[in-house]
Design a protein around this ligand. Structure first.
Ligand SMILES: [Mg+2]
Length: 177
């Protein structure tokens, strides 16, 4: 079997506006140009997998049924644009748990890679926090940090790129392949 390449995507602050413990499917709001960004990557053979920390479940603020519904809606909205997510993975554990699937730990990416036959060394992680970048590096992907405010901090470990939005991240990835 040929291994595939994937882009692992954080959800909140990367695909949709971070509402902090989003529990209401009516509150889904997409960030600018996310459909264009994934269409571009899709056309270059990338699979997409969402990997999202959802400690709101451990805290009782987010209901699993709503979380599933939110992911169904996101899947459907992207599908209507010709884009398919191979999987949605979430870590329902508390911030303090340091659970192996909770980012910055790489468990979700490792499991998804196994489930979907993904070559991690040909794949990317994109997110708006350093915990995303770290999870990507620990899994063996390259990683891009979204920093809409361009804070110009010195970041450790240094992401492969720091860009303002998902569309810029997509263009960067294609410039590297
Ligand atoms: Mg995020």
């Amino acid at each position: 079997m040929n291994l595939k390449k994937a882009v692992f995507l954080d959800r909140d602050g990367t695909i949709i506006i971070d509402k902090v413990y989003l529990n209401d499917p009516n509150q889904i709001e997409y960030l600018p140009k996310v459909f264009e960004a994934l269409r571009l990557l899709r056309d270059h053979g990338f699979k997409f997998i969402i990997v999202t920390n959802q400690s709101g479940i451990a805290r009782g603020i987010v209901d699993i049924k709503n979380l599933d519904l939110i992911h169904e809606i996101i899947q459907r909205d992207f599908s209507s644009q010709g884009i398919d997510f191979a999987g949605f993975y979430y870590a329902p554990y508390s911030v303090e748990s340091n659970h192996h699937i909770r980012k910055p730990n790489p468990g979700m990416l490792l499991r998804a890679a196994k489930d979907h036959g993904i070559a991690l060394n040909h794949s990317w992680m994109i997110g708006d926090r350093m915990s995303d970048v770290e999870a990507g590096f620990r899994a063996g992907t390259r990683a891009i940090l979204l920093d809409p405010e361009t804070k110009n901090e010195i970041l450790e470990p240094a992401p492969d790129a720091v860009v303002q939005d998902l569309f810029s991240a997509a263009k960067f990835i294609l410039s590297q392949n």
